[in-house]
Design a protein around this ligand. Structure first.
Ligand code: DC
Length: 226
């Protein structure tokens, strides 16, 4: 199977870009953050705000309560958690964003995710995005990409996204602060931190359009496969 692994910080445009590339190459995309968000939502809804403080055995028992399936409807990824379809608006609140970042410091959470993601990559040609895809999940991917943009630009994009969805509850400055906090946690955690692997193609999307970024990835992919 051919795989494209894409990592980068929050708001770099990964999810939009991988959808575009997937369409161009006629392959699937996998937004791994959405799957971790579904886990975070389950934990918050079921009174496990203290998940990280539980003993490892208890954490595994809690995670056993979770059944996750990933399907695609007209090319769109749908996460099904214990038979409930989770749409984007249920997964993209700031509360879930922050809790998802917190629980991703935990090895039991990562084990659950890695197992799901590797199963998808074994079955399908896929472009997969997250924080540890190039480094941990698919270290042998056909192409590895590190996608970033400036903190200010990424916070601005998040601001506009939340505004568009009618769930904006933060100022731009607050979002810049939260973006920095999340970067710090994602990049400096002990378990599978966000890093730039040696053989990644690095793209800074601050001044690039989505189409330009997508084209650059497609080009790099063709170079690898031809
Ligand atoms: O990509 P996203 O914003 O939906 O991800 C939500 C959080 O999950 C983010 O703080 C980083 C974390 N994450 C991770 O640690 N590893 C992944 N493969 C995907 C997401």
């Amino acid at each position: 199977m051919q795989t494209i692994a894409v990592d980068g910080p929050a708001g770099a445009g990964k999810s939009t870009i991988v959808k575009r590339v997937a369409k161009k190459l006629n392959i699937l995309y996998c937004d791994t953050g959405a799957i971790y968000r579904a886990v975070a939502r389950y934990l918050l809804e079921n009174g496990y705000q203290n998940f990280l403080e539980l003993a490892s055995e208890k954490q595994m028992t809690v995670l056993d309560e979770i059944k996750i399936e990933v399907t695609y409807e007209e090319g769109i990824q749908i996460v099904i958690l214990n038979d409930q379809k989770l749409t984007d608006d249920l997964l993209r609140t700031e509360q879930i964003s922050n809790f998802t970042s917190e629980i991703n410091q935990n090895q039991n959470i990562k084990n659950l995710g890695n197992q799901i993601f590797r199963t998808i990559a074994k079955r399908y040609n896929v472009i997969m995005e997250g924080r540890d895809i190039t480094s941990v999940v698919l270290p042998d991917a056909t192409l590895k990409v590190y996608l970033t943009a400036s903190v200010e630009e990424r916070a601005k994009r998040r601001f506009l996204q939340l505004q568009e969805r009618g769930i904006l509850d933060k100022t731009l400055d607050e979002l810049i602060g939260l973006t920095k906090e999340r970067d710090d946690r994602d990049m400096h955690r002990e378990v599978a931190p966000l890093i730039i692997v040696e053989d990644a193609v690095q793209i800074d999307s601050t001044y690039m359009s989505e189409e330009e970024v997508a084209e650059k990835i497609v080009e790099a992919y063709h170079q690898k496969t031809n």
